[in-house]
Design a protein around this ligand. Structure first.
Ligand code: NAP
Length: 560
Protein backbone atom coordinates (compact mmCIF):
# COMPACT_ATOMS: atom_id res chain seq x y z
CA UNK A 1 0.00 0.00 0.00
CA UNK A 2 2.25 2.89 -1.15
CA UNK A 3 1.59 6.49 -0.26
CA UNK A 4 0.63 9.04 -2.91
CA UNK A 5 1.37 12.77 -3.18
CA UNK A 6 -1.74 14.72 -4.20
CA UNK A 7 -2.74 18.15 -5.47
CA UNK A 8 -1.75 20.33 -2.53
CA UNK A 9 1.94 19.27 -2.72
CA UNK A 10 3.90 22.34 -1.64
CA UNK A 11 7.29 21.12 -2.95
CA UNK A 12 9.11 22.04 0.25
CA UNK A 13 10.80 18.64 0.29
CA UNK A 14 10.13 17.95 4.00
CA UNK A 15 8.91 14.51 2.93
CA UNK A 16 12.20 13.86 1.11
CA UNK A 17 14.14 14.45 4.31
CA UNK A 18 11.74 12.31 6.35
CA UNK A 19 11.66 9.33 3.98
CA UNK A 20 13.97 6.56 5.26
CA UNK A 21 14.28 4.85 1.85
CA UNK A 22 14.74 7.92 -0.37
CA UNK A 23 11.73 7.15 -2.54
CA UNK A 24 10.51 10.73 -3.10
CA UNK A 25 11.82 12.66 -6.10
CA UNK A 26 12.99 15.00 -7.43
CA UNK A 27 14.81 15.83 -4.21
CA UNK A 28 16.11 19.37 -3.59
CA UNK A 29 19.59 18.50 -4.83
CA UNK A 30 18.46 16.74 -8.02
CA UNK A 31 18.15 18.39 -11.42
CA UNK A 32 14.54 19.24 -12.14
CA UNK A 33 13.62 20.09 -8.54
CA UNK A 34 13.41 23.83 -9.19
CA UNK A 35 10.95 23.37 -12.05
CA UNK A 36 9.04 20.32 -10.76
CA UNK A 37 5.27 20.88 -10.56
CA UNK A 38 5.11 18.47 -7.61
CA UNK A 39 7.10 15.69 -5.93
CA UNK A 40 6.42 11.99 -6.53
CA UNK A 41 6.53 8.86 -4.40
CA UNK A 42 7.97 5.80 -6.09
CA UNK A 43 5.25 3.16 -5.55
CA UNK A 44 7.74 0.28 -5.85
CA UNK A 45 10.17 1.67 -3.30
CA UNK A 46 7.70 3.09 -0.73
CA UNK A 47 7.82 1.03 2.46
CA UNK A 48 4.58 2.51 3.72
CA UNK A 49 6.07 3.82 6.97
CA UNK A 50 4.06 7.05 6.91
CA UNK A 51 7.05 9.21 7.91
CA UNK A 52 6.33 11.48 4.95
CA UNK A 53 2.72 11.95 6.08
CA UNK A 54 3.85 13.40 9.39
CA UNK A 55 6.51 15.54 7.72
CA UNK A 56 4.27 17.04 5.04
CA UNK A 57 3.21 20.51 6.21
CA UNK A 58 0.12 20.63 3.98
CA UNK A 59 -1.46 17.19 4.33
CA UNK A 60 -0.81 16.29 0.69
CA UNK A 61 0.27 12.66 1.24
CA UNK A 62 -2.33 9.91 1.50
CA UNK A 63 -2.07 6.09 1.59
CA UNK A 64 -3.36 4.82 -1.73
CA UNK A 65 -6.29 2.98 -0.13
CA UNK A 66 -7.58 6.20 1.45
CA UNK A 67 -7.63 8.38 -1.67
CA UNK A 68 -10.95 9.94 -2.56
CA UNK A 69 -12.22 9.94 -6.15
CA UNK A 70 -10.72 13.34 -6.96
CA UNK A 71 -7.29 12.16 -5.82
CA UNK A 72 -7.17 8.95 -7.86
CA UNK A 73 -5.42 10.52 -10.91
CA UNK A 74 -2.44 11.16 -8.64
CA UNK A 75 -1.69 7.43 -8.35
CA UNK A 76 -0.65 7.42 -11.98
CA UNK A 77 1.01 10.83 -11.81
CA UNK A 78 3.27 9.65 -8.94
CA UNK A 79 4.07 6.34 -10.65
CA UNK A 80 4.69 7.79 -14.09
CA UNK A 81 7.57 9.88 -12.73
CA UNK A 82 9.50 6.58 -12.51
CA UNK A 83 8.96 5.13 -15.98
CA UNK A 84 10.30 1.87 -17.33
CA UNK A 85 12.72 1.15 -14.50
CA UNK A 86 13.88 -2.44 -14.70
CA UNK A 87 12.90 -4.25 -11.52
CA UNK A 88 16.49 -5.01 -10.48
CA UNK A 89 17.79 -1.43 -10.75
CA UNK A 90 18.84 -0.17 -7.36
CA UNK A 91 17.35 3.07 -6.09
CA UNK A 92 19.59 6.14 -6.13
CA UNK A 93 21.65 6.67 -2.98
CA UNK A 94 20.30 8.95 -0.32
CA UNK A 95 20.54 12.60 -1.34
CA UNK A 96 19.68 14.38 1.87
CA UNK A 97 21.41 17.68 2.46
CA UNK A 98 24.13 18.13 5.04
CA UNK A 99 23.72 20.38 8.10
CA UNK A 100 24.58 24.02 7.63
CA UNK A 101 26.68 25.24 10.54
CA UNK A 102 29.71 23.47 11.89
CA UNK A 103 29.27 22.14 15.42
CA UNK A 104 29.31 24.96 18.00
CA UNK A 105 32.54 23.81 19.64
CA UNK A 106 34.54 24.32 16.44
CA UNK A 107 33.36 27.92 16.11
CA UNK A 108 35.57 30.61 17.67
CA UNK A 109 34.10 32.36 20.74
CA UNK A 110 32.15 35.37 19.58
CA UNK A 111 28.63 36.79 19.64
CA UNK A 112 26.05 34.23 18.51
CA UNK A 113 25.00 34.60 14.91
CA UNK A 114 22.07 37.07 14.94
CA UNK A 115 20.09 37.54 11.75
CA UNK A 116 17.33 40.00 10.83
CA UNK A 117 14.88 38.63 8.29
CA UNK A 118 12.67 41.15 6.50
CA UNK A 119 9.29 39.70 5.52
CA UNK A 120 7.46 36.78 7.12
CA UNK A 121 6.21 34.69 4.19
CA UNK A 122 7.38 31.18 3.31
CA UNK A 123 10.93 32.15 2.22
CA UNK A 124 11.41 34.08 5.48
CA UNK A 125 10.00 31.33 7.69
CA UNK A 126 11.95 28.55 5.96
CA UNK A 127 15.14 30.62 6.34
CA UNK A 128 14.37 31.12 10.04
CA UNK A 129 13.73 27.37 10.39
CA UNK A 130 17.10 26.53 8.81
CA UNK A 131 18.98 29.05 10.94
CA UNK A 132 17.32 27.94 14.17
CA UNK A 133 18.25 24.30 13.68
CA UNK A 134 21.76 25.45 14.57
CA UNK A 135 22.91 25.92 18.14
CA UNK A 136 22.62 29.43 19.57
CA UNK A 137 21.56 31.26 16.41
CA UNK A 138 19.11 34.14 16.93
CA UNK A 139 16.52 35.28 14.40
CA UNK A 140 14.44 38.47 14.42
CA UNK A 141 11.69 38.80 11.83
CA UNK A 142 10.50 42.24 10.72
CA UNK A 143 7.13 42.43 8.93
CA UNK A 144 5.15 45.52 7.96
CA UNK A 145 1.72 44.00 8.70
CA UNK A 146 0.64 43.08 12.24
CA UNK A 147 0.06 39.50 10.97
CA UNK A 148 2.75 37.16 9.57
CA UNK A 149 3.09 34.57 6.78
CA UNK A 150 2.79 36.76 3.66
CA UNK A 151 1.22 35.06 0.67
CA UNK A 152 0.14 32.01 2.69
CA UNK A 153 -2.30 34.29 4.49
CA UNK A 154 -3.04 36.74 1.67
CA UNK A 155 -2.21 34.92 -1.59
CA UNK A 156 -3.26 31.27 -1.31
CA UNK A 157 -6.89 30.92 -2.43
CA UNK A 158 -9.27 30.44 0.52
CA UNK A 159 -10.62 27.16 -0.88
CA UNK A 160 -7.07 25.71 -0.61
CA UNK A 161 -7.13 25.41 3.19
CA UNK A 162 -4.80 22.39 3.11
CA UNK A 163 -2.07 24.53 1.56
CA UNK A 164 -2.53 27.07 4.36
CA UNK A 165 -1.73 24.34 6.91
CA UNK A 166 1.94 25.09 6.33
CA UNK A 167 1.35 27.88 8.90
CA UNK A 168 1.35 25.17 11.61
CA UNK A 169 5.00 24.61 10.75
CA UNK A 170 5.68 28.35 10.76
CA UNK A 171 3.95 28.72 14.15
CA UNK A 172 6.22 26.01 15.49
CA UNK A 173 9.28 27.88 14.19
CA UNK A 174 8.05 31.10 15.82
CA UNK A 175 7.90 29.37 19.23
CA UNK A 176 11.67 28.76 19.24
CA UNK A 177 13.23 30.56 22.20
CA UNK A 178 15.70 32.40 19.96
CA UNK A 179 13.04 33.66 17.55
CA UNK A 180 11.43 37.13 17.79
CA UNK A 181 8.64 38.71 15.77
CA UNK A 182 8.71 42.47 15.17
CA UNK A 183 5.38 42.80 13.34
CA UNK A 184 3.84 46.11 12.22
CA UNK A 185 7.37 47.39 11.52
CA UNK A 186 8.27 48.50 8.01
CA UNK A 187 11.94 48.35 7.08
CA UNK A 188 12.72 51.32 4.83
CA UNK A 189 10.17 53.48 6.72
CA UNK A 190 10.53 52.85 10.45
CA UNK A 191 14.05 51.43 10.31
CA UNK A 192 16.76 51.77 7.69
CA UNK A 193 18.86 48.93 6.31
CA UNK A 194 21.94 50.42 8.02
CA UNK A 195 20.20 50.53 11.41
CA UNK A 196 19.05 46.95 11.08
CA UNK A 197 22.49 45.77 10.01
CA UNK A 198 24.11 47.57 12.96
CA UNK A 199 22.08 45.38 15.34
CA UNK A 200 22.60 42.07 13.48
CA UNK A 201 25.34 40.16 11.72
CA UNK A 202 23.24 40.04 8.57
CA UNK A 203 19.94 41.21 7.08
CA UNK A 204 18.15 38.69 4.89
CA UNK A 205 15.40 40.15 2.71
CA UNK A 206 12.56 37.72 1.92
CA UNK A 207 10.05 40.33 0.85
CA UNK A 208 8.57 38.52 -2.16
CA UNK A 209 7.35 40.26 -5.29
CA UNK A 210 4.64 42.60 -4.02
CA UNK A 211 3.75 44.30 -7.31
CA UNK A 212 1.90 42.99 -10.37
CA UNK A 213 3.30 42.86 -13.84
CA UNK A 214 1.30 45.52 -15.69
CA UNK A 215 -0.26 45.13 -19.11
CA UNK A 216 0.30 48.34 -21.04
CA UNK A 217 -2.76 48.52 -23.31
CA UNK A 218 -5.52 51.11 -23.80
CA UNK A 219 -8.28 51.02 -21.25
CA UNK A 220 -6.35 49.32 -18.43
CA UNK A 221 -6.95 51.33 -15.26
CA UNK A 222 -10.59 52.10 -16.13
CA UNK A 223 -13.22 51.05 -13.56
CA UNK A 224 -13.95 47.39 -14.17
CA UNK A 225 -10.27 46.53 -14.75
CA UNK A 226 -7.75 45.26 -12.23
CA UNK A 227 -5.31 42.49 -11.52
CA UNK A 228 -5.84 38.93 -10.38
CA UNK A 229 -3.33 39.34 -7.56
CA UNK A 230 -5.32 42.30 -6.16
CA UNK A 231 -8.44 40.16 -6.42
CA UNK A 232 -6.75 37.35 -4.47
CA UNK A 233 -5.63 39.83 -1.79
CA UNK A 234 -9.23 41.17 -1.61
CA UNK A 235 -10.69 37.68 -1.25
CA UNK A 236 -8.16 36.97 1.51
CA UNK A 237 -8.94 40.19 3.41
CA UNK A 238 -5.49 41.79 3.08
CA UNK A 239 -5.91 45.16 4.86
CA UNK A 240 -4.59 47.15 1.86
CA UNK A 241 -7.09 45.52 -0.50
CA UNK A 242 -10.15 44.57 1.55
CA UNK A 243 -12.07 47.68 0.40
CA UNK A 244 -11.35 47.17 -3.31
CA UNK A 245 -14.45 48.09 -5.37
CA UNK A 246 -14.86 44.71 -7.11
CA UNK A 247 -18.06 44.84 -9.19
CA UNK A 248 -19.59 41.40 -9.81
CA UNK A 249 -22.88 42.66 -11.25
CA UNK A 250 -22.03 41.50 -14.79
CA UNK A 251 -22.36 38.07 -16.35
CA UNK A 252 -18.81 37.63 -17.60
CA UNK A 253 -15.24 38.14 -16.34
CA UNK A 254 -12.19 37.96 -18.60
CA UNK A 255 -8.87 36.88 -17.11
CA UNK A 256 -5.75 37.53 -19.17
CA UNK A 257 -3.04 34.88 -18.70
CA UNK A 258 -3.53 31.23 -17.69
CA UNK A 259 -1.15 30.57 -14.80
CA UNK A 260 -2.20 29.07 -11.48
CA UNK A 261 -3.26 32.47 -10.15
CA UNK A 262 -5.80 32.78 -12.99
CA UNK A 263 -7.12 29.32 -12.10
CA UNK A 264 -7.42 30.32 -8.43
CA UNK A 265 -9.42 33.44 -9.33
CA UNK A 266 -11.68 31.64 -11.79
CA UNK A 267 -12.39 28.85 -9.29
CA UNK A 268 -13.31 31.30 -6.53
CA UNK A 269 -15.47 33.42 -8.86
CA UNK A 270 -17.51 30.38 -9.95
CA UNK A 271 -17.61 28.51 -6.62
CA UNK A 272 -20.73 27.93 -4.58
CA UNK A 273 -20.63 30.69 -1.92
CA UNK A 274 -21.86 28.18 0.67
CA UNK A 275 -18.64 26.22 0.12
CA UNK A 276 -16.54 29.39 0.40
CA UNK A 277 -18.41 30.24 3.61
CA UNK A 278 -16.61 27.30 5.27
CA UNK A 279 -13.20 28.88 4.56
CA UNK A 280 -11.29 31.90 5.89
CA UNK A 281 -12.46 34.13 3.00
CA UNK A 282 -13.04 37.78 3.94
CA UNK A 283 -16.63 38.57 4.95
CA UNK A 284 -16.80 41.42 2.46
CA UNK A 285 -15.70 39.23 -0.45
CA UNK A 286 -18.10 36.48 0.60
CA UNK A 287 -21.02 38.93 0.64
CA UNK A 288 -20.04 40.21 -2.82
CA UNK A 289 -19.78 36.66 -4.18
CA UNK A 290 -23.20 35.78 -2.74
CA UNK A 291 -24.67 38.65 -4.76
CA UNK A 292 -22.63 37.88 -7.88
CA UNK A 293 -24.30 37.79 -11.33
CA UNK A 294 -21.31 36.05 -12.96
CA UNK A 295 -22.13 33.11 -15.23
CA UNK A 296 -18.84 32.70 -17.08
CA UNK A 297 -15.17 33.36 -16.44
CA UNK A 298 -13.04 33.32 -19.59
CA UNK A 299 -9.33 32.56 -19.15
CA UNK A 300 -7.56 33.90 -22.24
CA UNK A 301 -4.00 32.84 -23.09
CA UNK A 302 -1.90 34.45 -25.80
CA UNK A 303 -0.24 31.16 -26.76
CA UNK A 304 -1.64 27.71 -27.61
CA UNK A 305 -2.79 24.88 -25.32
CA UNK A 306 0.65 23.19 -25.26
CA UNK A 307 2.02 26.34 -23.59
CA UNK A 308 -0.57 26.56 -20.83
CA UNK A 309 1.11 28.10 -17.78
CA UNK A 310 -1.05 26.31 -15.18
CA UNK A 311 0.35 23.14 -13.62
CA UNK A 312 -1.06 19.64 -14.00
CA UNK A 313 -2.10 19.21 -10.34
CA UNK A 314 -3.97 22.52 -10.44
CA UNK A 315 -5.69 21.64 -13.73
CA UNK A 316 -6.85 18.34 -12.25
CA UNK A 317 -8.10 20.14 -9.14
CA UNK A 318 -9.91 22.72 -11.26
CA UNK A 319 -11.73 20.17 -13.39
CA UNK A 320 -13.00 18.44 -10.25
CA UNK A 321 -14.05 21.62 -8.48
CA UNK A 322 -15.58 23.56 -11.37
CA UNK A 323 -17.37 23.25 -14.71
CA UNK A 324 -14.61 23.88 -17.25
CA UNK A 325 -15.36 24.10 -20.98
CA UNK A 326 -13.70 24.80 -24.32
CA UNK A 327 -15.43 26.04 -27.46
CA UNK A 328 -15.10 24.12 -30.73
CA UNK A 329 -12.27 26.33 -32.00
CA UNK A 330 -10.18 25.74 -28.87
CA UNK A 331 -10.92 21.99 -28.93
CA UNK A 332 -9.42 22.04 -32.44
CA UNK A 333 -6.29 23.80 -31.10
CA UNK A 334 -5.89 21.13 -28.42
CA UNK A 335 -6.29 18.36 -31.01
CA UNK A 336 -3.65 20.12 -33.14
CA UNK A 337 -1.12 20.28 -30.27
CA UNK A 338 -1.63 16.79 -28.81
CA UNK A 339 0.33 14.70 -31.37
CA UNK A 340 3.40 16.93 -31.02
CA UNK A 341 3.32 17.39 -27.23
CA UNK A 342 6.98 17.92 -26.28
CA UNK A 343 6.90 15.93 -23.03
CA UNK A 344 4.84 13.62 -20.84
CA UNK A 345 3.58 16.44 -18.60
CA UNK A 346 2.30 18.53 -21.49
CA UNK A 347 0.66 15.48 -23.07
CA UNK A 348 -1.12 14.75 -19.81
CA UNK A 349 -2.45 18.33 -19.61
CA UNK A 350 -3.62 18.21 -23.24
CA UNK A 351 -5.37 14.87 -22.68
CA UNK A 352 -7.34 16.43 -19.84
CA UNK A 353 -8.23 19.42 -22.05
CA UNK A 354 -9.53 17.09 -24.81
CA UNK A 355 -12.02 15.63 -22.32
CA UNK A 356 -13.52 19.01 -21.32
CA UNK A 357 -17.16 19.64 -22.24
CA UNK A 358 -18.04 21.75 -25.25
CA UNK A 359 -18.93 25.35 -24.47
CA UNK A 360 -22.17 25.02 -26.46
CA UNK A 361 -23.51 22.46 -23.94
CA UNK A 362 -25.94 24.07 -21.47
CA UNK A 363 -24.79 24.28 -17.87
CA UNK A 364 -26.70 25.11 -14.72
CA UNK A 365 -23.92 26.75 -12.74
CA UNK A 366 -21.27 29.39 -13.46
CA UNK A 367 -18.52 27.96 -15.60
CA UNK A 368 -14.92 28.57 -16.66
CA UNK A 369 -14.00 28.73 -20.35
CA UNK A 370 -10.37 28.30 -21.40
CA UNK A 371 -9.44 30.01 -24.63
CA UNK A 372 -6.17 30.21 -26.55
CA UNK A 373 -4.09 32.23 -29.00
CA UNK A 374 -5.64 35.57 -28.10
CA UNK A 375 -3.29 38.53 -27.68
CA UNK A 376 -4.79 41.37 -25.60
CA UNK A 377 -5.10 44.62 -27.60
CA UNK A 378 -7.40 47.00 -25.64
CA UNK A 379 -10.13 47.17 -23.06
CA UNK A 380 -13.50 48.04 -24.59
CA UNK A 381 -15.83 50.63 -23.02
CA UNK A 382 -15.99 54.38 -22.52
CA UNK A 383 -16.07 55.06 -18.80
CA UNK A 384 -15.86 51.50 -17.52
CA UNK A 385 -14.82 48.14 -18.93
CA UNK A 386 -17.35 46.54 -21.27
CA UNK A 387 -15.11 43.83 -22.69
CA UNK A 388 -11.76 42.98 -24.26
CA UNK A 389 -10.51 43.21 -27.79
CA UNK A 390 -7.89 40.61 -28.69
CA UNK A 391 -6.07 39.84 -31.90
CA UNK A 392 -5.76 36.21 -32.90
CA UNK A 393 -2.06 35.73 -32.06
CA UNK A 394 0.18 36.28 -35.05
CA UNK A 395 -2.62 37.74 -37.21
CA UNK A 396 -4.51 41.05 -37.45
CA UNK A 397 -7.83 39.31 -37.01
CA UNK A 398 -9.75 40.89 -34.10
CA UNK A 399 -11.78 38.96 -31.53
CA UNK A 400 -14.03 40.67 -28.96
CA UNK A 401 -15.36 39.25 -25.71
CA UNK A 402 -17.97 41.20 -23.70
CA UNK A 403 -17.22 41.41 -19.98
CA UNK A 404 -17.94 43.66 -17.02
CA UNK A 405 -14.67 42.85 -15.28
CA UNK A 406 -11.25 42.42 -16.88
CA UNK A 407 -8.41 41.14 -14.69
CA UNK A 408 -4.84 40.68 -15.83
CA UNK A 409 -3.14 37.62 -14.38
CA UNK A 410 0.28 37.91 -15.96
CA UNK A 411 2.51 37.42 -12.94
CA UNK A 412 3.95 39.23 -9.96
CA UNK A 413 6.86 41.70 -10.02
CA UNK A 414 9.54 42.43 -7.43
CA UNK A 415 9.94 45.95 -6.02
CA UNK A 416 13.16 47.90 -5.38
CA UNK A 417 14.38 47.71 -1.78
CA UNK A 418 15.73 50.98 -0.40
CA UNK A 419 19.54 51.00 -0.11
CA UNK A 420 20.03 47.78 -2.11
CA UNK A 421 20.87 47.35 -5.82
CA UNK A 422 18.00 46.30 -8.09
CA UNK A 423 17.85 44.65 -11.50
CA UNK A 424 14.96 46.51 -13.19
CA UNK A 425 14.69 44.07 -16.10
CA UNK A 426 14.38 40.94 -14.00
CA UNK A 427 12.79 42.80 -11.05
CA UNK A 428 15.04 40.99 -8.55
CA UNK A 429 17.89 42.00 -6.28
CA UNK A 430 21.13 40.96 -8.04
CA UNK A 431 22.64 38.11 -6.06
CA UNK A 432 24.91 35.10 -6.15
CA UNK A 433 23.41 32.15 -4.24
CA UNK A 434 21.53 34.65 -2.07
CA UNK A 435 24.45 37.04 -1.40
CA UNK A 436 23.42 40.50 -2.63
CA UNK A 437 25.89 41.62 -5.30
CA UNK A 438 26.73 45.18 -6.32
CA UNK A 439 26.37 45.09 -10.13
CA UNK A 440 28.95 47.87 -10.59
CA UNK A 441 31.79 46.28 -8.64
CA UNK A 442 30.61 42.67 -8.94
CA UNK A 443 31.37 42.29 -5.19
CA UNK A 444 28.96 41.09 -2.49
CA UNK A 445 27.29 43.82 -0.40
CA UNK A 446 28.49 42.93 3.14
CA UNK A 447 25.76 41.56 5.41
CA UNK A 448 22.96 41.70 2.81
CA UNK A 449 21.16 38.55 1.60
CA UNK A 450 17.96 37.65 -0.27
CA UNK A 451 15.70 34.60 -0.48
CA UNK A 452 12.44 33.73 -2.24
CA UNK A 453 10.84 35.69 -5.08
CA UNK A 454 12.99 38.82 -4.61
CA UNK A 455 16.01 36.54 -5.17
CA UNK A 456 14.89 34.29 -8.03
CA UNK A 457 11.72 35.90 -9.47
CA UNK A 458 8.04 35.00 -8.97
CA UNK A 459 7.98 31.30 -9.84
CA UNK A 460 7.47 28.05 -8.00
CA UNK A 461 5.38 26.94 -5.06
CA UNK A 462 5.42 27.60 -1.34
CA UNK A 463 7.81 24.74 -0.65
CA UNK A 464 10.20 25.75 -3.44
CA UNK A 465 11.31 28.41 -0.98
CA UNK A 466 12.68 25.83 1.45
CA UNK A 467 15.66 24.90 -0.71
CA UNK A 468 15.97 28.49 -2.00
CA UNK A 469 16.24 29.75 1.60
CA UNK A 470 18.60 26.93 2.53
CA UNK A 471 20.99 28.02 -0.22
CA UNK A 472 20.98 31.59 1.10
CA UNK A 473 21.44 30.43 4.69
CA UNK A 474 24.40 28.29 3.62
CA UNK A 475 26.03 31.35 2.02
CA UNK A 476 25.29 33.52 5.05
CA UNK A 477 26.64 30.97 7.50
CA UNK A 478 29.78 30.43 5.41
CA UNK A 479 30.40 34.19 5.53
CA UNK A 480 29.83 34.23 9.31
CA UNK A 481 32.14 31.27 9.86
CA UNK A 482 34.78 32.95 7.70
CA UNK A 483 34.62 36.05 9.93
CA UNK A 484 33.12 38.16 7.15
CA UNK A 485 30.19 39.54 9.16
CA UNK A 486 30.41 42.35 11.71
CA UNK A 487 29.14 41.74 15.25
CA UNK A 488 26.02 43.68 16.35
CA UNK A 489 26.74 47.02 18.06
CA UNK A 490 24.79 46.44 21.25
CA UNK A 491 22.72 44.00 23.27
CA UNK A 492 19.23 42.90 22.22
CA UNK A 493 17.73 45.48 24.61
CA UNK A 494 19.19 48.24 22.43
CA UNK A 495 17.34 46.87 19.40
CA UNK A 496 14.11 46.61 21.44
CA UNK A 497 14.50 50.21 22.52
CA UNK A 498 15.15 51.40 18.97
CA UNK A 499 12.12 49.57 17.55
CA UNK A 500 9.71 50.55 20.35
CA UNK A 501 10.87 54.16 20.05
CA UNK A 502 9.93 54.19 16.37
CA UNK A 503 6.87 51.88 16.52
CA UNK A 504 5.25 51.92 19.97
CA UNK A 505 2.59 49.42 18.86
CA UNK A 506 5.04 46.85 17.48
CA UNK A 507 3.40 43.40 17.63
CA UNK A 508 5.41 40.50 19.07
CA UNK A 509 4.71 36.76 19.00
CA UNK A 510 2.29 37.04 21.93
CA UNK A 511 0.41 39.78 20.07
CA UNK A 512 0.19 37.65 16.94
CA UNK A 513 -1.07 34.69 18.96
CA UNK A 514 -3.79 36.92 20.46
CA UNK A 515 -4.86 37.95 16.94
CA UNK A 516 -4.71 34.33 15.76
CA UNK A 517 -6.78 33.04 18.70
CA UNK A 518 -9.37 35.81 18.32
CA UNK A 519 -9.78 35.13 14.59
CA UNK A 520 -10.20 31.40 15.20
CA UNK A 521 -12.74 32.04 17.99
CA UNK A 522 -14.73 34.42 15.74
CA UNK A 523 -15.11 31.65 13.16
CA UNK A 524 -16.28 28.86 15.48
CA UNK A 525 -20.03 29.56 15.44
CA UNK A 526 -20.09 29.64 11.63
CA UNK A 527 -17.98 26.48 11.24
CA UNK A 528 -15.12 28.46 9.71
CA UNK A 529 -11.38 27.93 10.34
CA UNK A 530 -11.10 31.62 11.21
CA UNK A 531 -12.80 34.95 10.58
CA UNK A 532 -10.03 37.34 9.67
CA UNK A 533 -9.59 40.89 10.87
CA UNK A 534 -9.17 43.01 7.76
CA UNK A 535 -8.42 46.37 9.41
CA UNK A 536 -4.98 47.05 10.91
CA UNK A 537 -6.64 48.96 13.78
CA UNK A 538 -8.63 45.83 14.82
CA UNK A 539 -5.48 43.71 14.62
CA UNK A 540 -3.54 46.15 16.79
CA UNK A 541 -6.35 46.46 19.35
CA UNK A 542 -6.46 42.66 19.67
CA UNK A 543 -2.67 42.33 19.86
CA UNK A 544 -2.71 44.86 22.71
CA UNK A 545 -4.80 42.44 24.82
CA UNK A 546 -1.95 39.90 24.82
CA UNK A 547 -0.47 39.07 28.22
CA UNK A 548 3.26 39.70 28.22
CA UNK A 549 5.13 36.39 28.61
CA UNK A 550 6.67 36.04 32.10
CA UNK A 551 10.46 36.24 32.04
CA UNK A 552 11.91 32.77 31.49
CA UNK A 553 13.89 32.78 34.75
CA UNK A 554 10.73 33.62 36.73
CA UNK A 555 8.83 30.89 34.91
CA UNK A 556 11.54 28.39 35.72
CA UNK A 557 11.43 29.39 39.42
CA UNK A 558 7.60 29.13 39.54
CA UNK A 559 7.70 25.72 37.94
CA UNK A 560 10.34 24.64 40.43
P1 NAP B 1 2.62 32.59 -14.36
O1 NAP B 1 2.50 31.15 -14.02
O2 NAP B 1 3.95 33.13 -14.70
O3 NAP B 1 1.59 32.85 -15.58
C1 NAP B 1 1.58 34.10 -16.22
C2 NAP B 1 0.62 34.05 -17.41
O4 NAP B 1 0.54 35.38 -17.95
C3 NAP B 1 1.08 33.15 -18.54
O5 NAP B 1 -0.05 32.54 -19.13
C4 NAP B 1 1.73 34.16 -19.51
O6 NAP B 1 1.69 33.76 -20.86
C5 NAP B 1 0.78 35.33 -19.36
N1 NAP B 1 1.34 36.60 -19.81
C6 NAP B 1 2.50 37.19 -19.43
N2 NAP B 1 2.66 38.37 -20.05
C7 NAP B 1 1.59 38.52 -20.86
C8 NAP B 1 1.17 39.52 -21.76
N3 NAP B 1 1.90 40.63 -21.96
N4 NAP B 1 0.01 39.34 -22.43
C9 NAP B 1 -0.74 38.23 -22.24
N5 NAP B 1 -0.40 37.24 -21.39
C10 NAP B 1 0.75 37.39 -20.71
O7 NAP B 1 2.12 33.55 -13.20
P2 NAP B 1 1.06 33.37 -12.01
O8 NAP B 1 -0.17 32.67 -12.43
O9 NAP B 1 0.95 34.75 -11.43
O10 NAP B 1 1.82 32.44 -10.96
C11 NAP B 1 3.05 32.85 -10.34
C12 NAP B 1 3.70 31.65 -9.67
O11 NAP B 1 2.95 31.27 -8.51
C13 NAP B 1 3.76 30.43 -10.57
O12 NAP B 1 4.95 29.74 -10.35
C14 NAP B 1 2.59 29.60 -10.08
O13 NAP B 1 2.69 28.22 -10.34
C15 NAP B 1 2.61 29.89 -8.59
N6 NAP B 1 1.29 29.65 -8.00
C16 NAP B 1 1.00 28.38 -7.61
C17 NAP B 1 -0.25 28.11 -7.11
C18 NAP B 1 -0.58 26.70 -6.69
O14 NAP B 1 0.25 25.83 -6.73
N7 NAP B 1 -1.80 26.45 -6.29
C19 NAP B 1 -1.22 29.09 -7.03
C20 NAP B 1 -0.89 30.38 -7.44
C21 NAP B 1 0.36 30.64 -7.95
P3 NAP B 1 3.03 33.25 -21.61
O15 NAP B 1 3.26 31.87 -21.06
O16 NAP B 1 2.64 33.28 -23.03
O17 NAP B 1 4.12 34.22 -21.23
Amino acid sequence: MPHVITQSCCNDGSCVFACPVNCIHPSPDEPGFATAEMLHIDPDACVDCGACVSACPVGAIVPDNRLDGKQLPFVEINASFYPDRPADVKLPPTSKLAPVLPAPQVRPRRQPLTVAIVGSGPAAMYAADELLTQHGVRVNIFEKLPTPYGLVRAGVAPDHQNTKRVTDLFDRVSRHRHFRFYLNVEVGRHLSHAELLAHHHAVLYAVGAPNDRRLDIDGMGMPGTGTATEFVAWVNGHPDFSDLPIDLSHERVVLIGNGNVALDVARVLTADPDDLARTDISDRALAALRGSAIREVVIAARRGPAHSAFTLPELIGLTHASDVVLDAHDHALVARDLPTAPDRLTRHKLEILTRLADASAPGDRPRIRLTYELTPERVLGERRAAGMEFSVTGTDQARRIDAGLVLTSIGYRGKRIRDLPFDEAAAVVPNAQGRVVDPDSGHPVPGAYVAGWIKRGPTGFIGTNKSCSLQTVQALVADFNAGGLTDPVGPRAALEELVRGRVPDVVDAAGWRAIDAAEIARGVDDGRPRKKFTAVSDMLATAATAQPAPPRRLLARLLG
